[in-house]
Design a protein. Structure first.
Length: 549
């Protein structure tokens, strides 16, 4: 079962604890049933003029064992399972954090988000059913052992009926699992349309044709989900009813068939019937649990598949690798080439071969048209992408699995599609005077501030949020700063201030700055200008947008 496999990650004792507590609970229930039947038989034979203290004492002792086992299993197993879910969630997050970035981009955020949030929620909501169904299964086994002791024929006939019921139930469960998969896809499609509405509300409002088309698509997806949900629930109910009908068949077998083929069964029929009735509750629990846990099993399958896929694209990093020096003189690209994974190399984009040298303290602009490879080059410079061929050197040290993490630690970034964290994660104690200086320079002190390691507010315009992103990078005090189209969201006044006032101040701290830009009016602010065209890099005269050195 994939669900138990998932929850057992990193905890080899989960199944043992389930089995031990379930066995105590099940065996205790069966023995309690036997004691009750024995006491009832004694009363029928000898009257009620005396108490069998031995049976009563045994009943009380077993009742205590049963109670403690039930408390542990049903009250504590959910906590155990939640801890298992937490381990799974953290494992997936760790795998995502250490996956090859270029290949991770092909997964899509929807799949990653679903596995870490929605799928874990499905399992968490149904976690209590695992303990209950496990306990119920063991209880049924224990009671069946008691039935075998009472009547061998009754035992085998019950096993035959239950076996036939299981076969039918599993066939229905297979079909139900398929419908659960359809339901998951329908929910994702519906959520996608809702996300389109929330993210593109302005565009929707601006064109009635788009609004109508989106509404029609949403309505169609909503209707599809309604139909699939109704069919799924119908199958669940049919499966549950089929399981309950099996009890009536069991009782009919005990009452009408077993006495015909068994001598002296009259004295035993009440005990076997009581045992069958005693199993109704546990088997009902299992029947209901199987229907509910079908969705959890599908969620576990998705998470396990994701984990396996992430394992295949794990980035080769040596956690005990060497740490690069705090300072450097030169970063060099030696015939570096990059192509995107899973694409036809004959038709896909190819960057390089690139030979490049970046000296400490330089301010370099990277220019080029759309699709020229600027973003790809930036991801190579920041070591988010690994070269297909060639080498990147930090001074004379070649980057590899042993030092790639240390190299990334030296680079602060503000990507074009950056995410602004409200907290300054990873930054040491913030110098209030320094923070105030940059907030004033970026003209943000009147709208936000930094308090207790976080921004007072980030509910600002796109341009202002970009300024906060750069302030965050500056306060990290890393020797290299990489900016991707940073000035694109700024007004003309602040754009000029950025190139001629802010960048020189950052450079004066000894920071090496590499910035992607289209602002040809400010190329002269750079020490060097590197131009990309169809994946090929050239160095151009920074004062002449058209002239190559």
């Amino acid at each position: 079962m994939k669900l138990l496999e998932l929850l057992s990650w990193g905890d080899n004792r989960l199944m043992a604890r389930l089995a031990f507590a379930g066995a105590l609970s099940g065996a205790g229930s069966a023995v309690l049933l036997g004691l009750v039947n024995t006491a009832a038989e004694g009363i029928a034979d000898n009257g009620v003029d005396r108490v069998d203290w031995l049976l009563a004492g045994g009943f009380i002792a077993l009742a205590v064992v049963y109670f403690l086992a039930e408390v542990f299993l049903l009250a504590n197993i959910s906590t155990q399972i939640e801890q298992g879910i937490d381990k799974v969630r953290r494992k997936l997050l760790d795998q995502i954090a250490h996956a090859d970035f270029a290949q991770l981009e092909t997964f899509g955020q929807a799949r990653l988000f679903d596995s870490i949030t929605q799928s874990t929620q499905v399992i968490s909501q149904n976690s209590h059913m695992i303990g209950m169904s496990f306990r119920s299964l063991l209880l049924v086994v224990a009671v069946m052992c008691y039935v075998f002791w009472l009547s061998t024929l009754a035992f085998f006939l019950i096993v035959l009926v239950i076996g036939a019921g299981i076969v039918i139930y599993l066939r229905m469960g297979k079909e139900l699992g398929m419908w659960f998969g359809k339901l998951h896809h329908a929910e994702n499609a519906l959520f996608g349309k809702v996300a389109d509405l929330f993210s593109g509300i302005r565009e929707v409002r601006m064109w009635s044709s788009r609004s109508n088309t989106l509404f029609n698509a949403f309505s169609e997806n909503s209707l599809t989900k309604e139909q699939i949900t109704a069919e799924t629930h119908s199958l669940m109910f049919r499966q549950m009813i089929m399981g309950m009908t099996a009890f009536y068949v069991l009782l009919a077998v005990i009452v009408f068939i077993v006495p015909v083929y068994t001598d002296n069964f009259g004295s035993t029929v009440s005990k076997v019937s009581t045992a069958v009735l005693f199993m109704i509750g546990p088997i009902s629990t299992v029947v209901q649990a199987m229907a509910v846990l079908g969705a959890a099993e599908q969620a576990a399958q998705r998470m396990i598949t994701l984990s396996e896929d992430l394992s295949e694209i794990a980035e080769p990093i040596d956690e005990n690798g060497t740490k690069l020096p705090d300072t450097f003189s030169n970063i060099a690209f030696d015939d570096v080439c990059f192509t995107y994974p899973n694409r036809d190399p004959r038709h896909g984009f190819v960057l390089g071969p690139i030979s490049l040298s970046v000296k400490k303290g330089e301010l370099i602009f990277i220019t080029g048209g759309n699709g020229a490879g600027k973003s790809t080059l930036i991801k190579l410079l920041t070591a988010l992408y690994r070269p297909v061929s060639g080498a990147i050197r930090f001074d004379n040290i070649q980057l590899g699995a042993q030092n790639i993490a240390s190299f990334r630690d030296k680079i602060a970034t503000v990507f074009s599609d950056f995410h602004l964290f409200s907290e300054l994660h990873g930054s040491a104690e913030i110098d209030p005077d320094e923070a105030t200086h940059w907030l004033n320079l970026f003209e943000l002190s009147h709208v936000t501030g930094i308090r207790d390691g976080k921004f007072v507010s980030i509910a600002l315009s796109a341009g202002q949020r970009k300024r906060l992103g750069l302030i965050t990078a500056i306060l990290e005090h890393r020797p290299i700063l990489v900016l991707d189209e940073w000035a694109a969201d700024q007004d003309p006044y602040f754009r000029k201030k950025f190139y001629y006032e802010i960048l020189p101040q950052i450079k004066a701290r000894g920071t090496t700055i590499i910035a992607v830009t289209h602002d040809d009016h400010y190329f002269d602010a750079a020490d060097r200008r590197l131009h990309l065209e169809a994946g090929t890099l050239h160095e151009l005269d920074r004062n002449d947008p058209r002239g190559r050195i």
